[in-house]
Design a protein around this ligand. Structure first.
Ligand code: TYD
Ligand code: MG
Length: 459
């Protein structure tokens, strides 16, 4: 018989770092005051290797790789195209998917919509909520629309009972909303603590692989570290999706961070409406809504979100500074990058901006790190400085180097095609990419060597 051991361990509530003693700063994530003592009882799981190398229970049989047959039916399509793409085609049977995001971003809404679509196609789904009452779920469901009669609901937080119910009913897909509310009686720590969340996920993992049930787990991302965030379970699950977005804007981006069944390069764009989340088919058009006409300091640029080009508007406001040290601010892009680009402009083109305040903004609440929007930032800044609006039918992209040169970017052609699709007439690209971009395009492609070159052509 394996003996159970009780002990106390300190866990960082932010990243899950484990320590035998309390520490002020976590060596893992460098956060302060995040260690909390948790009592853990270690009972070896069934089927786990014992130190002697002997397995408890039945040993697994060996398989030959070439004998394993995969049918495409293994993936359940959710009926939400944007989600299916991020998942890599659909929900894989027996997989464990984690959907993380800030509270209130729309995780419960998205998963309830998934349940609705699947149950309409006669799949057996079970939605387990530890946060909301049945009446609350019903209210949300009424907002979303018609539901099939057979969708199963459960309000429960005790994981042992949940496992029992899943074993009995054998649903195809189970949604756990949220992992932070689940508790396991064998672990004495409070629900939401690192050891509870880990243990619960471990049990769900065994259940998913054992019964072939697809489990989707909701995890809240927390900053204060009061409950353990989804970061501590990223390594245990098959797929990690993060739901992000600006609380003030209605669009939401679903991003794949880890995917054992597909690429993590994809994003899904949604809009939160009165009746739940709606897919945004043409994200670029959506992002450019409400552009000012003939305003100086506004330029459209193109970034790649995975394999999809996305057009965004970059705004810049340059004005005379009233203080000795000019104020520089940026929203949606790295401030250091903006400072660097302004230094390049000053040195390489001779524009006197040292005494100017500058504010750069990516509209729509997007956060972009890609250097391909450098040329957009530079042109928006020059346009605001000179107070000369650029043509509204123009887009510009390219990486700007420290000598003021415009460098090549990846997938230039896709970006040009997206601009053409949305009715733009001129595109400024790095000179090296111009030849490739011109093929079979009606849009005017202008290749530029340097920032000075671009300014000479446009202003
Ligand atoms: P929710 O799915 O409860 O967020 P999470 O589970 O990630 O915490 O979404 C809550 C927000 O979505 C809430 O602010 C209200 C809004 N909402 C809508 O705008 N329309 C809708 O149809 C629904 C169901 C929610
Ligand atoms: Mg919720």
């Amino acid at each position: 018989m394996a003996k159970s051991k009780t002990g106390s361990v300190f866990f960082c509530q932010n990243c899950g770092h484990e320590s035998t003693k309390w520490m002020g700063q976590c060596p893992g994530c460098k956060e302060w005051n995040t260690f909390v003592e948790e009592t853990i009882e270690k009972t070896p799981h069934m089927g786990v290797m014992s130190p002697g190398g002997r397995r408890k229970g039945n040993p697994a049989a060996l398989s030959v790789l070439s004998d394993i047959v995969i049918t495409s039916e293994d993936k359940l399509t959710t009926g939400i195209g944007e989600l299916d793409r991020v998942l890599g085609g659909g929900i894989v049977q027996g997989s464990l998917t984690l959907v993380g995001g800030d509270p209130g971003i729309g995780k419960s809404t998205l998963l309830l919509q998934v349940c609705r679509n699947l149950s309409e196609k006669a799949h057996k789904v079970l939605y387990i909520s530890g946060e909301e009452s049945l009446a609350q779920i019903k209210m949300r469901a009424d907002r979303i629309g018609e539901f099939s009669k057979d969708m199963l609901l459960l309000c429960e937080t005790n994981l042992d009972d949940i496992v029992e119910i899943i074993r009995e009913n054998k649903p195809e897909v189970v949604v756990i909303d949220s992992i932070q509310t689940m508790y396991n009686e064998n672990v004495s720590a409070a629900p939401g603590s690192v050891s509870q969340v880990r243990e619960s996920t471990g049990i769900l993992l065994q259940l998913a692989k054992g019964l072939g049930v697809s489990v989707m787990i909701v995890g809240h991302v927390t900053k204060e570290g009061t409950v353990a965030g989804p970061r501590v379970l990223e390594h245990m699950v098959d797929t990690v999706l993060y739901f992000e977005g600006d609380r003030h804007a209605s669009y939401r981006v679903l991003r794949g961070v880890k995917n054992r069944f597909g690429s993590t390069n994809e994003i899904g764009v949604f809009e939160m409406r009165e009746q739940g989340l709606a897919e945004v088919q043409n994200a670029s058009e959506y992002m450019l809504n409400g552009r000012p006409e003939n305003a100086s300091g506004s330029v459209v640029s193109c970034t790649m979100e995975g394999t999809r080009p996305l057009l965004v508007e970059i705004q810049s406001l340059v004005c005379q500074s009233n203080f000795g040290i000019p104020r520089r601010q940026s929203t949606g892009t790295d401030l250091n990058r903006v400072n660097l680009l302004m230094a390049v402009l000053e040195k390489r083109t001779g524009l006197q901006m040292a005494s100017c305040d500058a504010y750069v903004n990516i509209t729509g609440g997007m956060k972009i790190q890609e250097p391909a929007i450098d040329l957009g930032i530079v042109l928006a800044t020059v346009s605001s400085f000179k107070n000369r609006p650029l043509s509204p039918k123009l887009i510009a992209f390219g990486e700007v180097g420290l000598s003021g040169e415009v460098r090549a970017v990846s997938m230039a052609r896709q970006r040009v095609l997206e601009a053409e699709k949305l009715g733009f007439e001129t595109v400024i690209v790095p000179a090296v990419c111009a030849e490739d971009c011109r093929k079979n395009c009606k849009i005017t492609v202008i290749g530029v060597q340097s920032v000075q070159d671009a300014i000479d052509r446009l202003f």
